[in-house]
Design a protein around this ligand. Structure first.
Ligand code: PEP
Ligand code: MN
Length: 363
């Protein structure tokens, strides 16, 4: 069944859909490929926005660098024939102008542009006075300030609808992922910007098909608003990112077999059960904080004692004893060694900081 023509809906409304599914080829290659991909994606009834790279920022020269402006009318035709709104990556002011001239509905900024405040500012200036949604990919390096800076520059230009795309971070020698997801950074960015749409791009995280679905599922479990997944009518022969693309039908199968989680449970009854458990957790967290506070007060006292008696702060033997007792106890309580190590490291560092303050202080 062909889905209803989406372009009848305002783009803001489409962007607010959860889960929002954006799919299409890494690159627009030929008019036939764009139309065929769009038609087959629309036929699944599961895709909200068609993506296609027109200008491709390739890390190394010599590979396909995108079809350029001549591909934009193909997207216009794809939109006309399928009703799917379209999104392309822009990296310069000229590309912003060209994309808008050909009625591109949503712009996205790629990871290699987010790292560069000059590029972002140039695009922000070209966007002044324009009402088009902009999705901003994380920078290739794990730096939330650069990502935030890009959001701020685009927002300052007056763009109201901004989204974030988590596409992973490049790291040397990572064999499992093309771009390490570093979920904790994405979660922190989401925490800082709860009002922005948050989309996961498992294609560029994985760089391969076999772990695409489990990565997408992880994102959905973490309450992302949507997914951007590359699809191609003949993935193995794609002109860019061949290893990570899937056919529109495979994409539909994947989306069909995923578990879609809700942020809040559906019934009142389960909501109040969840609420009770959350209260218990908050209560325990509060107690833990009180106890940690008391523990640090004792650390201060120990600091004064060590200062008076000229004893070193770090006492390795004592610390190893604490850790091995904790491992044994943790094991009984169902706490992993990894957690115990991280927890005690954090507590120990805080304790040392307290003692250092006492040592450096007067008296
Ligand atoms: C892309 O989406 O095809 C792309 C180039 O992505 P990224 O900027 O994440 O590398
Ligand atoms: Mn790609």
């Amino acid at each position: 069944m062909i889905q209803t023509l989406n372009t009848t809906k305002p783009i803001e409304e489409i962007l607010n859909k959860k889960p929002l599914i954006i799919s299409g080829p890494c690159s627009a290659e030929t008019e036939e490929q764009v139309i065929a991909t769009a038609t087959r994606l629309a036929a699944t009834g599961k895709v909200d926005i068609l993506r296609a790279g027109i200008w491709k920022p390739r890390t190394r020269p010599g590979s396909f660098e995108g079809i350029g402006t001549k591909g934009l009318p193909w997207l216009q035709r794809a939109k006309r024939e399928t009703g799917l709104p379209v999104t392309v990556e822009v990296a310069t002011a000229k590309q912003v102008e060209d994309a808008l001239h050909f009625d591109v509905d949503v712009l996205w900024i790629g990871a290699r542009s987010t790292v560069n405040p000059f590029s972002i500012q140039e695009m922000a200036d070209a966007l002044r006075g324009v009402d088009v949604p902009v999705l901003i990919k994380n920078p290739i390096n794990p730096d939330l300030e650069l990502w935030t800076g890009a959001v701020e520059r685009i927002a300052k230009a007056g763009i109201k609808k901004i989204g974030l795309i988590h596409r992973g971070f490049s790291s040397y020698g990572n064999a499992e992922y093309r771009n390490a997801p570093m979920w904790h950074l994405a979660i922190e960015m989401k925490r800082r910007n709860p009002e922005l749409i948050f989309i996961n791009d498992p294609s560029h995280i994985c760089g391969r098909r076999d772990i695409l679905m489990e990565t997408a599922q992880k994102a959905i479990n973490l309450d992302y608003d949507g997914l951007m997944i590359e699809s191609h009518i003949d993935p193995d022969n794609a002109w860019s990112d061949a290893k990570q693309q899937v056919t529109p039908e495979r994409l539909a199968e994947m989306l069909e077999s995923m578990i879609w989680r809700h942020e809040a449970p559906e019934s009142e009854d389960s909501l109040s059960r969840l609420e009770k458990m959350r209260q218990q957790i908050s209560h325990l967290d509060d107690e833990l904080m009180q106890i940690l506070g008391q523990r640090m007060k004792i650390a201060d006292e120990i600091g004064s004692f060590k200062k008076e008696n000229n004893i070193t702060i770090l006492q390795t033997t004592r610390w190893n004893e604490i850790l091995s007792t904790a491992f044994a106890k943790g094991d009984m309580l169902g706490l992993s060694q990894e957690f115990i190590t991280r927890y005690f490291d954090a507590v120990h560092m805080e304790s040392i900081n307290h003692q250092n303050k006492v040592m450096d202080g007067e008296g």
